[in-house]
Design a binder for this molecule. Structure first.
Ligand code: WQD
Length: 339
C-alpha cells in the first residue's frame, strides 16, 4: 500500500481527504500541530473507515523535526499538504505568522521530498489567487492577480516555489488544487468543520445562528452588481473536494500528469449568492434563518465561480453533490456537534 503523508490531516478538508484516501486503500500518516484541530477527529475517521491513520503531532515550523520525520518515514510516496494558516483577516494583522507558517514549512517539506527517489505532491491552493477575475467562469489560465491579503499571497508564492522546484528536481511532480468555497460535512456526521471562535465563513455562521449560538447572520452587503445584490461564490461540498485530491494523487502516482507541475480549479462551476445559500439552508432545514443586511466586508470580491472544464476533462473529476446536500450535511453536523 502506498504510504501518503497528509499534513493538516485533522483539519476540515484534511480529515475528509484522509477518509477518502483510506477508502481507496492508501496507508495514511497524518502530521498536525493541533493548532486548529483536535485529536478526537481521529475517532471520527476511524468510525467512518474502520481504520485509524498513523498520527504524529508535529509543528512543521520545526525544521529538525521535519527532517527526523522523513528519516523515519522514508517510504512515503506522496504528500497532500493542507497544513497552513487560512484566515484572511488574521493574515492582514499577522503577516509574519502567515509567511513563516505557510511558506517556511512548505520549503522544509520540499527539501525532504527532494531526497526521496520519487515524490508526488498535492498542494492546497485557493481561487483567492485570482482575486476578482476579469472573466467568469474562471479558468486555470486566468491571470494571478496581486494578492488582496498575506494569506492569498502565501498561496501564490507557494505555487511559484513548487513550480520552480519541479523544474529542477526530476523526481518531484506536483499538482496545485485551487479550491473555491468548501462547505458541508461527511454524511455520517462523524467529521465536519470545527471553526474556533466566531466563524469567519458564511456556512458555519449560518448553522451556528440556526443553533442559537449567534443572534443573527449579518449579510455583508446587498448592493453588489449581482442579480440579488449579494456576492456570488462557488460552494463545493467538502466530500467532492476530498475525492478530487485522491484523483489528483492517483494521476501523479500513475504518471498520467502532462507536466511536472499542474494546476486545477476545484468548484461546481455554478455560482450561488449569499441569499441563495441562506434560502438553501432554510429549504433543507425547515428553519427560518434570522439575518440582517449590513455594509460590505472589506476585501470581498463580487463574484467567483469555476470553469470546471480542465478538472472534468483532464483530471476526470466532477462534483456530484448539490448545494442543498452540502447545506443539509452542514446542518446535521452542527446539530451533532452541539448535542
Ligand atoms: C462567502 C460570502 C461574504 C460571512 C474565504 C477565503 C478563501 C477560503 C474560503 C481559505 C462572501 C459572505 C460571509 C458572513 C456574509 N478560505 N458572508 N456573512 O470570503 O469567499 O473565501 O473563505 O482557503 O480563501 O477568501 O468565504 O465564507 O468568508 O464568504 O455575508 O458572516 O459570504 O461577504 O460574499 P470567502 P466566506
Amino acid at each position: 500500500m502506498n504510504k501518503i503523508l497528509v499534513t493538516g490531516g485533522l483539519g476540515f478538508i484534511g480529515s475528509h481527504t484522509v477518509v477518502e484516501l483510506q477508502n481507496e486503500g492508501y496507508q495514511v500518516v497524518i502530521i498536525d500541530n493541533l493548532s486548529n484541530s483536535s485529536e478526537k477527529v481521529l475517532d471520527g475517521i476511524t468510525a467512518i473507515t474502520g481504520k485509524t491513520p498513523l498520527f504524529e503531532k508535529l509543528d512543521l515550523r520545526e525544521k529538525a523535526d521535519v527532517e527526523k520525520f522523513f528519516k523515519k518515514h522514508n517510504d512515503i510516496k506522496g504528500v497532500i499538504h493542507f497544513a497552513a494558516s487560512k484566515a484572511v483577516g488574521e493574515s492582514v494583522q499577522e503577516p509574519l505568522l502567515y509567511y513563516e507558517n505557510n511558506i517556511s514549512t512548505l520549503v522544509y517539506i520540499l527539501k525532504e521530498l527532494k531526497k526521496l527517489p520519487a515524490a508526488s505532491f498535492i498542494f492546497s491552493s485557493s481561487c483567492t489567487v485570482y482575486g476578482q477575475a476579469d472573466e467568469l467562469p474562471i479558468t486555470e489560465n486566468a491571470p494571478v492577480k496581486m494578492a488582496e491579503s498575506p494569506y492569498g499571497n502565501t498561496k501564490q508564492i507557494g505555487e511559484e516555489i513548487i513550480a520552480d522546484t519541479c523544474k529542477v528536481v526530476p523526481s518531484l511532480k506536483a499538482i496545485a488544487l485551487r479550491y473555491f468555497n468548501p462547505i458541508g460535512a461527511h454524511e455520517s456526521t462523524e467529521i465536519g468543520e470545527l471553526p474556533i471562535g466566531v466563524p469567519q465563513n458564511l456556512v458555519p455562521f449560518i448553522t451556528q445562528t440556526a443553533m442559537g449560538l449567534r443572534d443573527e447572520l449579518s449579510v455583508f452587503g446587498d448592493d453588489y452588481p449581482t442579480p440579488d445584490g449579494t456576492c456570488i461564490r462557488d460552494y463545493i461540498h467538502v466530500v467532492d473536494l476530498a475525492k478530487a485530491h485522491v484523483v489528483a494523487l492517483g494521476r501523479l502516482l500513475k504518471g498520467e500528469n502532462k507536466s511536472s507541475y499542474e494546476t486545477f480549479n476545484l468548484g461546481t462551476g455554478k455560482g450561488s449568492s449569499v441569499l441563495e445559500v441562506v434560502n438553501s439552508f432554510e429549504r433543507v432545514s425547515g428553519k427560518k434563518l434570522k439575518y440582517k443586511i449590513v455594509g460590505r466586508r472589506e476585501g470581498d470580491i463580487i463574484s467567483a465561480y469555476a470553469d470546471t472544464t480542465k478538472a472534468n476533462d483532464d483530471l476526470g473529476w466532477k462534483t456530484q453533490l448539490s448545494l442543498d446536500n452540502a447545506m443539509l450535511s452542514a446542518w446535521n453536523w452542527e446539530q451533532k456537534v452541539r448535542s
